[in-house]
Design a protein around this ligand. Structure first.
Ligand SMILES: CC(C)(COP(=O)(O)OP(=O)(O)OC[C@H]1O[C@@H](n2cnc3c(N)ncnc32)[C@H](O)[C@@H]1OP(=O)(O)O)[C@@H](O)C(=O)NCCC(=O)NCCS
Length: 157
């Protein structure tokens, strides 16, 4: 088993595109098509990841064997002080072993360091990821037909 000291979180680079796309597709295609039939697009997914990589908005968790997971952030229109957790993903075979927890802790630290006062995310109902978000103090603020919005105050450091 790989020791966590042998893993690091770094900014994503354009060369990460295909790896991140593969992880996102494996994790999300079925879920997106279940909640929004026909909406998944390989092309759009690639374009979105490439854009986020270009804008230095992606953080990648990697170990000796390669990429383990990643997240990317954004800011929604009209909410400049609120960081948006755009996506968080861990490779299928490595889920449930604390990698997402490591990424979430990094996300919140970086967000505070960057001066954001709040964090927001969206998740499909029934996604077990809700448990992870809840554990980090995110609370449900809105439920629409196909998504749940969760928020967390970041406070001061
Ligand atoms: C959500 C995700 C990033 C969490 O990463 P992880 O490494 O599995 O999470 P951890 O092991 O650190 O923490 C596990 C916690 O997340 C929850 N969890 C969410 N999805 C899980 C999964 N597929 N397998 C195991 N636990 C999962 C567990 O309930 C657990 O909560 P607990 O520790 O309070 O019991 C990861 O499971 C994943 O990539 N899932 C598929 C993609 C996805 O749904 N992303 C979120 C989109 S909004």
């Amino acid at each position: 088993m790989e020791h966590c000291m042998e893993q690091r979180i770094r900014l994503g680079v354009p060369g990460d595109l295909e790896t991140l796309f593969g992880i996102e597709r494996d994790n999300m295609r079925a879920l997106v098509n279940k909640h929004m039939p026909g909406r998944w697009s390989d092309w759009l997914c690639r374009v979105q990841i490439a854009e986020r990589l270009d804008q230095n908005r992606v953080w990648v968790l990697e170990g000796k064997q390669g990429t383990i997971g990643y997240y990317y952030i954004g800011v929604r229109p009209g909410e400049p002080a609120c960081v948006y957790l755009d996506s968080i993903q861990v490779v299928t075979g490595q889920q449930g072993r604390g990698k997402g927890t490591r990424l979430m802790a990094h996300f919140l630290d970086e967000a505070k360091r960057s001066g954001f006062s709040e964090a927001v995310l969206e998740v499909f109902p029934e996604n077990p990821a809700i448990r992870l978000y809840d554990r980090f103090g995110f609370r449900v603020v809105e439920k629409t037909g196909r998504a749940i919005t969760m928020r967390k105050e970041l406070g001061r450091r």
